[in-house]
Each structure stands twice: as C-alpha cells, then as structure tokens.
Design a protein around this ligand. Structure first.
Ligand SMILES: Nc1ncnc2c1ncn2[C@@H]1O[C@H](COP(=O)(O)OP(=O)(O)O)[C@@H](O)[C@H]1O
Ligand SMILES: [Mg+2]
Length: 313
C-alpha cells in the first residue's frame, strides 16, 4: 500500500445559517418568514448532506464552502486561467452547442500553504456547487484492486450531479508508474485513473492538487485541461496578505514595512503569524495589534520554520 499522508482541510461546513434575530421575545409561536426560510435552508442542506452520504458513502467528505475570491491572493496568470475556466463553466451550453468540450479538469501545483485547497473552496463557492473532497485514506485500500473500484465509485457519483470533485495530495494516487519502489498494482491503479480522468465529462469540475508535481505521472499530467501554479507570495502579495489578515485588528504601526521579514514564507505561515498577534492582542483586551506582539509572533514563526526545515531536510 502506498504511503499516504492525506491532509484534509478544515471542515468549513455548510454556510452557517444564522438564527434570525426576532423582534419577538420569549417563546416564539409565530414564525417569521425569515425564520421559515432559514429553517427550509437548514433542512435542504441537511437533506443534501444525507443524500450525498448515501451516494458517496465514506469515500468523500461533502463540503459547502463559503470562502470568497476576496480572500485569495493569486498571481495574474493563475487568476486569468481560473476566471476563464469559471466563465466557460457558467456558459458551458454555448460551447457544447458547437460540439466543443468545456475545460473541466484542473491540476493545482505548488508548495504547501499557498492556496490550493483554499482555491478549490473558492471555485466551488463561486460556482455554487458542493465541494466533494476525496478521502484518500478511505479510497486507498489494502487490496489495491479495491482502490480502483473505490475510485470508480467516486468518479461515477461525481459525474451524476454538478459538483467540484477535489483530490488533495493527488501524488499519493498518481505517483509515477516508473517508480520502481512501488508494487505493480499501483501501476494498475494509475492506469484506471488515467481512464477515469479521460472519460470525466458532464457538468462537474475535477480539481487535483499536489506539492510534489515531479512525482506525478506524465501521462496523467497531460490529461488535465489546465495546470495552475500556486507560488510563495511576492513582496507586494505579502503586504496585501498582512493587511488582509489584520483588517479587524488594525495594527498601530505600519505592518507593510515587515513584508521583507516574511520573504520565502508561505501564505499560511504569514497568516498564522497575524493570527498569533491577534490572539495576543485579544488577551491584552486590545482592539489593535501592537508592534511588540507582532514581532514576538514573527520571531516565533521564524523559529518554527527553522525547526521544520531542519526536521524535514
Ligand atoms: N494564496 C493565498 N491567498 C490568501 N490566503 C492564503 C493563500 N494561500 C494560503 N492562504 C491561507 O492559508 C491557509 C492554508 O492554505 P491552503 O489553501 O490549505 O494551502 P495548500 O492547499 O496550498 O497547502 C488558507 O486557508 C488561507 O487562509
Ligand atoms: Mg491543501
């Protein structure tokens, strides 16, 4: 069995349906139209989750992300590709009418913490489709023959309704067939995966993400309509991220001046630094981040990065 370390992103379940603030106090006998609508939404989300469970079993996790494109900082080329794909997707009928296929298979590449999972969430939210996250720990079975049949189930179910099907850590499945350390069964899995990707059609999107793109089989690589690169942030992107992530606890100093101290870090590391500084501010009953708290958080993150790089080296 191939070694996998699937890292599934935080469950951001169904758009939280806020309880409507009622003008009535005490026990409410009369339901307001807003409350009724919210109940209906809650019931339909629960029903959708139940039916997804029936269709996909435990092989996937069904999410209804609510993250917006304003949260995602991306380079111009990657943005253009994604906007193009989303436009095409929304107006797919016009393209199909001319006998052409809509681009629907995307490969996300790049180092950890640079927005691959976030982007899959944003795409699903923008296109108003559920995000079906393949659970590799459940799909990859000890009998590899079963792995192919699990994959088949997931692909079939994902094409029967419009969804975004997401394979994180895709390299665990798609590792090169030439990798001699692998059992020959894995080659069979890769072969069936090739066929499933080839035949993937309909009104769903397929997104696969990997940090180790070199280990992806070339034949699989070619089958994706687009390869989108997620890179570590540039200095202007670091400045934007620092401002974005501290917007509710505006620092009492010019945070953008610290951009260079974050050079080489991922978006996730920078975000984590901001969150630590915010937590410190909260504990000090402050509504702004002080320079000292921010520098402490930055030094802490740098220490952590040094430990990580020495452990992972
Ligand atoms: N490009 C980005 N723009 C804005 N925030 C980002 C970006 N990349 C990562 N983040 C932040 O870091 C978190 C973790 O990133 P994630 O999408 O899981 O990275 P990956 O999947 O590439 O490992 C995200 O939820 C988001 O809050
Ligand atoms: Mg990820």
């Amino acid at each position: 069995m191939p070694e996998t370390n699937p890292k599934f992103f935080v469950k951001r379940m169904a758009r939280k349906v806020a309880e409507p603030a009622s003008a009535l106090s005490g026990d409410e006998q009369i339901d307001s139209p807003r409350k009724q609508a919210s109940e209906r939404r809650r019931a339909s989300t629960a029903k959708a989750a139940q039916s997804s469970k029936a269709v996909f079993g435990d092989l996937v996790e069904v999410l209804h992300p609510d993250r917006t494109r304003a949260e995602l900082i991306l380079g111009a080329n990657s943005t253009a590709t994604l906007v193009g794909v989303a436009d095409e997707f929304r107006r797919g009928d016009e393209i199909r009418r001319h006998g052409l296929q809509v681009r629907s298979k995307l490969l996300f590449c790049g180092p950890p913490g640079c927005g691959k999972s976030l982007c899959a969430e944003v795409v699903a939210a923008e296109l108003k489709m559920p995000l079906i996250v393949a659970r590799l720990d459940a799909i990859i079975a000890s009998h590899l023959g079963e792995t192919a049949s699990n994959l088949r189930k997931v692909f079939d179910a994902a094409q029967a309704r419009p969804v975004v099907l997401f394979f994180d850590e895709f390299d665990a499945l798609a590792r090169a067939r030439s990798d001699s350390s692998e059992h020959s069964e894995i080659k069979r899995v890769v072969n069936s995966l090739l066929m499933m990707i080839d035949r993937f059609a309909g009104r769903s999107l397929l997104i696969a993400a990997t940090n180790i793109e070199q280990s992806i089989d070339r034949a699989i690589w070619r089958r994706f309509d687009e390869v989108v690169l997620f890179e570590k942030p540039s200095l202007p992107q670091i400045r934007r991220l620092l401002r974005l992530k501290t917007r509710n606890f505006t620092p009492d100093f010019d945070i953008a001046r610290y951009a260079e101290s974050f050079a080489g870090m991922s978006f996730a590391q920078i975000e984590r630094t901001c969150l630590s500084a915010i937590r410190a501010a909260i504990l000090m009953h402050k509504k702004v981040i002080g320079r000292e708290q921010f520098e402490t958080a930055l030094n802490h993150e740098k220490r952590r990065a040094t430990i990580e790089s020495s452990v992972l080296a």
